[in-house]
Design a protein around this ligand. Sequence first.
Ligand code: KG4
Length: 340
Amino acid sequence: KENIVILGIESSCDDTSAAIIQNGVIKSNEVAGQAVHKAYGGVVPELASRAHQQNIIPVVDQAIKKAGISRDQISAVAFTRGPGLLGSLLVGTSFAKGFALASGIPLIEINHLQGHVLAHFIKEDENDDSAPNFPFLCLLVSGGNSQIIIVRDYLDMEVIGQTIDDAAGEAFDKCAKVMGLPYPGGPLIDKLAKEGDPKAFKFAEPKIKGLDYSFSGLKTSFLYFIRDNIKNNPDFIEENKSDICASIQHTIIKVLLAKLKRAAKETGIKEITIAGGVSANSGLRETLQKEAEKHNWKLHIPKFAYTTDNAAMIAITGYYKYLKGEFVGQDVAPFSRMVI
Ligand code: KG4
């Protein structure tokens, strides 16, 4: 049997990551975050690309070392071509091209969103059989996307519902910002929500047709709610922090679940997965567990390490593209607006 070793490179936003996957099994997954953006309340693209440049070589070095392999064992390099910040993508793309050229190995372009979906196929060891069965539905919720996808095969996916404006992660982050919480606010809302009452406050839920999402109205309703309450009581946020967090989180989850349930019903698919940064949310995970029991779904929740941006998901997607011989040439360029 052929020994296939894939080096994955991810640099689409503000995490520089490299991973080694050998015959579908994870060998290493190194991630370097970028603290430089903290002071700005969001990712500053130019600073992100500079940090990627500093991080990429040490991160790749570390991934290869931790995997316990030598460079000449690598069969191919898979890299995130998009979507993402163009300057950030350019660093990973250029590195991958240089590495492939210098090593005389194939180059594989990866759609970051497909990577999130295929994170479910990363094996912890040879006997790991936790992967979902085709066809399955994937709720992909991140800082830039909220989509419901039918996955018919590794590389055969169809988006059947998506946000028409903001993503779920953006809704978390923007509401957190209104409350004066630092970026990214999603994980903080999650933490504070644990102490709060999810029914304490009510927010306007969007009424969008079909399987699509919308979060911009909710964001505006939240902004007005905070503004009006602060007028009467300047300490409103401080005094109600955990209740506000629990309530907004509850609303976002309710919106996400409503369309997912509808998608499961319409397609008859009972194998359900979640992916992307927001799938780290503990409230969403708990609610999904309950819904899965109620509707007899087979639920797959990814490991925390594979929910946010990471190169392991890029490498596993690269593995399946390698098996199909889907390679690209040195003329490939990053693409900031790629879709599934
Ligand atoms: O997938 P991701 O790392 O980046 C991309 O957008 O590609 O997702 C980041 C998003 C951010 O909006 C962040 O606030 C959100 O995921 N997030 C969370 C949690 N952890 C990360 N949102 C809610 N609860 C969490 N625990």
